[in-house]
Design a protein around this ligand. Structure first.
Ligand SMILES: O=c1cc[nH]c(=O)[nH]1
Length: 166
């Protein structure tokens, strides 16, 4: 394990600032299951937005669905009208862009949003598709051999740690 450890609470405060600048009063927050769902719920409260945030799963549209099937992907739940909505997608880590591509397909199964933006806690580089975040609380360049993992402390709070892939 490397010495790099990112404090998730500090990153969250940065994300809150960024989300504030991206959101309008009618913006709908949608977290990607599972890492983005807690972010969307907390931001919904902290930004004082009305209603409930949604969550969206990439599972049905993954390009490796044939190998992985429906395993552990969470469920999509969008408790608002997607047609015409201004949507901010949240995730913890942005990597290849493949999850975002799959999530956009899933979202568009529910309607045609007026606009979709993306905000993440950490952009770790390594993109394989032309996807960019509108806001990233931190950017780190990690080689393919390393992954960015969420670790929980005794109180259940998170931090990010860099791990060497097996
Ligand atoms: O579609 C997807 C999403 C995430 N990761 C992949 O390899 N494919």
């Amino acid at each position: 394990m490397s010495a790099l450890a990112l404090n998730a609470e500090a990153l969250y405060q940065e994300l809150l600032r960024g989300a504030r600048s991206l959101c309008q009063t009618d913006t709908r927050l949608v977290g990607i299951t599972s890492g983005g769902a807690w972010l969307a719920q907390r931001l919904q409260r902290d930004l004082g937005l009305a209603g409930e945030s949604g969550q969206v799963s990439s599972v049905m549209h993954r390009d490796d669905y044939a190998q992985r099937g429906l395993s552990a992907g969470g469920q999509t739940s969008l408790p608002f009208e997607v047609d015409g909505a201004d949507i901010l997608i949240l995730d913890d880590v942005l990597y290849t862009g493949r999850t975002i591509r799959a999530v956009l397909n899933e979202l568009f199964d529910y309607g045609r949003p007026a606009r979709v933006q993306l905000a993440v806690l950490v952009d770790r580089g390594g993109r394989q598709l032309p996807v960019q975040a509108d806001y990233a609380a931190a950017r780190v360049a990690l080689p393919e051999t390393q992954s960015l993992a969420l670790a929980r402390d005794a109180e259940g709070w998170f931090s990010f740690e860099v791990e060497n892939k097996a």
